[in-house]
Design a protein around this ligand. Structure first.
Ligand SMILES: [Zn+2]
Length: 237
């Protein structure tokens, strides 16, 4: 029976693919059978960092000395104009949370390879509730959802809130950014996170100011450890 259902599903998928072809947001090519949201060519050719989650990597170097963390890792480098930028743009602005889930699965598998699996809970960088309402979802939550499919750990989206709505930060320098973000998060339920190793998850890290603001608030909770994982890290500041 299962075999027949699978076969029907196979033909239905094929038929739907013919009627409504899906395109890969990374390169614009149409997706073929077996490709869900990102085509295989894009998956193979993403600008992977290939670094182990040791302290010697670009994310660690960027965050070092700003707060205390166990490990930090990024799946890819952020390359301007590249396919990953297109994928991340679709994830954020084109209502495609599925891309976040798929990238999250790859990130999760990468964390396994790098030995970053000893955390207790995943905290996606919170979005302000107004922004979440506009976007329909939090892209970091979608990535976290993907990670849990590779590493079975709970996601906490309740204990910390983003209480200040910030404008886009692209034009501000490092110090202005810090001033702008240092109090944007508030811990609502510290008891949920105390004594835990928390994996902070973000889509892209550029200056690291947002992660630092979040981590410094988390550090005020009793006996916590922090690690950081993101899909992409900007190579040059
Ligand atoms: Zn593609």
């Amino acid at each position: 029976m299962k075999k027949i259902t699978n076969r029907i599903k196979f033909y239905l998928d094929a038929l739907l693919g013919l009627l409504y072809p899906n395109y890969c947001p990374g390169c614009g090519n149409s997706l073929v059978m077996g490709e869900k949201y990102i085509c295989m060519q894009c998956v193979i050719n993403l600008p992977y960092t290939y670094f182990k989650s040791s302290r010697k990597n670009v994310v660690s170097e960027l965050l070092m000395g700003r707060f205390k963390f166990q490990k930090a890792s990024s799946l890819c480098y952020f390359v301007k104009g590249g396919r990953l930028q297109k994928l991340l743009h679709n994830l954020k602005y084109e209502h495609k949370p599925q891309i976040g889930i798929e990238l999250g699965i790859y990130l999760g598998n990468d964390l396994i390879k790098n030995g970053l699996t000893d955390f207790d809970v995943i905290v996606p960088v919170p979005l302000h509730h107004k922004k979440k309402k506009i976007r329909g979802y939090n892209q970091s939550e979608a990535i976290a959802e993907g990670i849990t499919r590779a590493i079975d750990k709970p996601i906490d989206v309740k204990s910390i809130e983003r209480v200040i709505f910030t404008d886009t930060q692209t034009k501000k320098d490092k110090f202005q950014r810090w001033d702008n973000v240092k109090d944007i998060f508030e811990i609502k339920y510290p008891e949920n996170l105390k004594n835990k190793h928390i994996l902070i998850v973000d889509d892209v890290i550029t200056t690291g100011a947002t992660i630092e603001a979040l981590a410094r608030k988390i550090e005020t909770i009793e006996n916590v450890k922090i690690s950081v994982a993101c899909v992409a890290i900007a190579k040059k500041m």
